[in-house]
Structures are given as structure tokens and as C-alpha cells.
Design a protein around this ligand. Structure first.
Ligand SMILES: CC(=O)SCCNC(=O)CCNC(=O)[C@H](O)C(C)(C)COP(=O)(O)OP(=O)(O)OC[C@H]1O[C@@H](n2cnc3c(N)ncnc32)[C@H](O)[C@@H]1OP(=O)(O)O
Ligand SMILES: CC(C)C(=O)C(=O)O
Length: 383
């Protein structure tokens, strides 16, 4: 039986850019967008066109140049924002206007200072306007994670009638837990009479470290678009990381009824490009794209991987764009990795005694020195 497609919506250039210090100019945005297109990302949110003249130009440049991915601009539920987004997207092969308004009691009362019925009216008006400018319109219930289900059912039914084809349910402040969030998605799809006319999307923040878990739980309950960013960049603690979502779906096909089109071999180069452009380093133990994600220093693990890679690796480094996995020699390493590494350097031990002696010298050095280099090993052997 064929699986449903999961739409991968990358918002590195919009929500990712909202991380303090991560602003990008239009050429930088285009360079990243080209890399995302190569990776076969379905939708690229290129910015918030009304935010500044520079961001308008950036969305326009991306829209004019990227042809294989849909290009999207965010806009408040405000006519001017939507019109400016529509203008920036005019040159797109496939453009999307994404409009949003907050639906939680807290945001409606204190931030928008609007009555719930006024929020519905403004949402419907905005979606209709967006549809008059663009066939592809997404609507988000900002702070959905703290919104009332009955109210979301009402507003979503009406924006679908007004022409929204993607309905996004953001956990804007990363407050939800996986079971709770997945249940919200399931309930919305079951209860809204016209839910079959839209794709339900998720957009999770990582304030409790649950953005990826929440997104994946929602996919199991019917979400068919995930909004995510490279390296998990984004407001505060960030968004769900694209590489983790994609590789979880790819690695556990037994668990998910969906497939993604992403060419995963571009993941690591894209992560490195985003890190270089934003100046945000990737932590070494970051899943998939961290320097240590496919590195082994412990002897027992190295021995296992040398005998059969799957003993300690659930993915292949090459599949996500690393050249290979890595064996790092250090104080936890064992004889098998030591011998194998020296063989790669062209050193063969004549007998076990020689190996034993070199290994003892190596362990002594490893207790004293943090990073053991090939030249350190060759010195030991030559001695
Ligand atoms: C959860 C998210 O990530 S939402 C996206 C957040 N991203 C950004 O804010 C980046 C881009 N933003 C900006 O450049 C600016 O905030 C602008 C251009 C959108 C608006 O700037 P300003 O007009 O100066 O307004 P300011 O930012 O001070 O306040 C926001 C106003 O929009 C209103 N507003 C907020 N969200 C929405 C919405 N979705 N729809 C309609 N109005 C909204 C607020 O209530 C407030 O209205 P008020 O001025 O009547 O009090
Ligand atoms: C505007 C929406 C999509 C958002 O970024 C959020 O709620 O976090």
C-alpha cells in the first residue's frame, strides 16, 4: 500500500531568522534557499515580506529564482501584510501566502485586544484576500497549543470555506506534550466537517525540548505537513529540526504511514551552510549534523562497528551527507580500533608483543593528552 506524502515546510529563513543574531541578507537567503531546493524541500518560507524593505527584496529574490520548491511569505491577518506578501511572490513558479492570527484566550485578550468573534471575522477576511492574490493559502492559529479546541474548530471550518488549503496548528511557545498535541490534531481532523479539504500542518517550538517529539506524534495522528528548520534554529529554544524529523521518518518506516521526498545527502552541507551564514555553531552532540553524531571513541563501540556497523549506528553517515563515520582514538579506545587505525596509516604490527607495547604507550599518552593526532601515533610506533 502506498504511503501518504508528508510535506516538508522549511522555515529557516523566516522563523529561524527570528533567532536574535541570525538575520540574513537577501543573497544569504538565496544561497540557503538554493541548497534547500537541491535537498527537495517542498515549501520554503523565505521571510516576512512586510517586515522590512530588505526582507521584501529577499522574499522576492528567492521567489524569482527558486523554481522547484513552493516559496512562501508570512503575513499577519492584516490587508497590507497580505498584499505585500502577494507582491513579493509575484515571480514565483509556485507561491504561497501564509497568514496567521492568534486564537488562544491569552493572546486574544492581552495582545490582540480583540473579541473571539472579531478574530474569526479578521481571519476569514484575510484568507479571502490572500486567495484573491494566490491560489495557495495557509492559515495558522497562533498559540494553538494554548487555544480552546471548540474555538479552533469554529475558526478553522470558516477559513477552509474561505479558501485556506493548509491549516497550521503551531505550538507557538513549546508548551504541549506529545500525547496532548497529537490528540489536538486528531480531534481537529475528526471534528471539523470540511477538514478533508485541507492539509493539517504542525509547527512546534522547542522550549521544553519536545519540538521534534510533538511533531512526530502529530504525524501519527494525521498531520501531513511539518514545519521545521535546519539545525532547529528559531525563536527562543528554536523549532523542530528538519534533519531530525526527516531522519526519524526515514529510519522508522515501520512506525510512520508517510514518506518524504527529501534528498537526505544534502542535509549536512545545508546544516554547515546555515551555521556559517548565521554564525550559530552546531553543538558536537547534535543529532544527525553534530560532529560526533557518527563518531566513536569507546573501544567496545569501535570494536562493534568495525565488525558490523549496525551494532552502534542506526543510520549511515553517508546517507545524510557525511563522507564517512569516524573512529576517534582516545583513552576509551581499545586494541582493535588502535590496530585498524594504524593499518589505515600503513602500519602493520609484526607480532602481538609489538602491538601490546605500542598500545600501552598510546593509553599512557591518551591519559595526558586530549586529542591524539596521527603524528602522535606514528611517533609511538616509530619509537
Ligand atoms: C509566533 C511568530 O513567530 S509570529 C511572527 C513574528 N515575527 C515578527 O514579528 C517579525 C516581523 N515583524 C515586524 O517586522 C513587525 O512586528 C511588523 C511589521 C509585522 C508590525 O510592526 P508594527 O506595525 O510596528 O507593530 P508592532 O510589531 O509594534 O505590534 C504588532 C501589532 O500587530 C498586531 N498583531 C499581532 N499579530 C497579529 C496578527 N496575526 N494579525 C493581526 N494583527 C496582529 C498586534 O496586536 C499589534 O497591534 P497594535 O499595534 O494595534 O497594538
Ligand atoms: C506564525 C506561526 C506559524 C509561528 O511561527 C508560531 O506560531 O510559532
Amino acid at each position: 500500500m502506498s504511503k501518504d506524502k508528508l510535506v516538508i515546510f522549511d522555515t529557516t529563513l523566516r522563523d529561524g531568522e527570528q533567532s536574535p543574531g541570525a538575520s540574513m541578507d537577501k543573497e544569504e537567503k538565496l544561497e540557503i534557499a538554493q541548497q534547500l531546493e537541491k535537498m527537495r524541500v517542498d515549501v520554503i518560507e523565505a521571510g516576512f515580506a512586510v517586515a522590512s524593505p530588505g526582507d521584501f527584496e529577499a522574499v522576492k529574490l528567492v521567489a524569482d529564482n527558486i523554481k522547484d520548491s513552493t516559496i512562501c511569505s508570512l503575513s499577519r491577518a492584516v490587508a497590507k501584510d497580505i498584499e505585500v506578501a502577494g507582491d513579493a511572490l509575484k515571480g514565483a513558479n509556485s507561491g504561497r501566502i501564509h497568514t496567521f492570527i492568534a486564537t488562544s484566550p491569552l493572546h486574544m485578550k492581552y495582545k490582540l485586544q480583540m473579541q473571539p468573534d472579531e478574530v474569526i471575522e479578521q481571519a476569514v477576511k484575510s484568507v479571502s484576500l490572500a486567495r484573491s492574490l494566490c491560489d495557495d493559502v495557509e492559515f495558522s492559529c497562533e498559540d494553538a497549543g494554548r487555544s480552546e479546541l471548540d474555538f479552533m474548530c469554529r475558526i478553522i471550518e470558516q477559513v477552509i470555506d474561505a479558501g485556506a488549503r493548509t491549516i497550521n496548528i503551531p505550538d507557538t511557545v513549546g508548551y504541549n506534550l506529545p500525547e496532548q498535541y497529537a490528540n489536538t490534531i486528531q480531534q481537529l481532523i475528526e471534528r471539523i466537517p470540511n477538514s478533508d479539504k485541507a492539509i493539517f500542518s504542525v509547527h512546534c517550538h522547542n522550549d521544553l525540548g519536545l519540538a521534534v517529539a510533538n511533531s512526530l506524534a502529530a504525524v501519527q495522528k494525521g498531520a501531513r505537513q511539518v514545519e521545521c528548520t535546519i539545525n532547529g534554529l528559531g525563536e527562543r529554544a528554536g523549532n523542530a529540526s528538519l534533519e531530525e524529523v526527516v531522519m526519524a521518518i526515514k529510519t522508522r518506516p515501520d512506525f510512520f504511514d508517510v514518506e518524504v521526498d527529501i534528498d537526505t545527502r544534502h542535509i549536512v552541507p545545508t546544516s554547515q551552510l546555515v551555521s556559517k551564514v548565521t554564525g550559530f555553531p552546531v553543538q558536537p552532540n547534535k543529532a544527525i549534523v553534530g560532529d560526533n553524531a557518527f563518531a566513536h571513541e569507546s573501544g567496545i563501540h569501535q570494536d562493534g562497528v568495525l565488525k558490523h556497523r549496525e551494532t552502534y549506528e542506526i543510520m549511515k553517515a553517508e546517507d545524510v551527507g557525511w563522507a564517512n563515520n569516524r573512529m576517534v582514538l582516545g583513552k576509551h579506545s581499545g586494541r582493535n580500533a588502535f590496530k585498524s587505525h594504524l593499518a589505515e596509516l600503513g602500519v602493520q604490527f609484526e607480532n602481538n608483543e609489538d602491538l601490546k607495547e605500542a598500545f600501552v604507550a598510546f593509553k599512557k599518552l591518551a591519559d595526558e593528552k586530549h586529542d591524539i593526532l596521527d603524528e602522535d601515533l606514528l611517533k609511538i610506533v616509530n619509537r
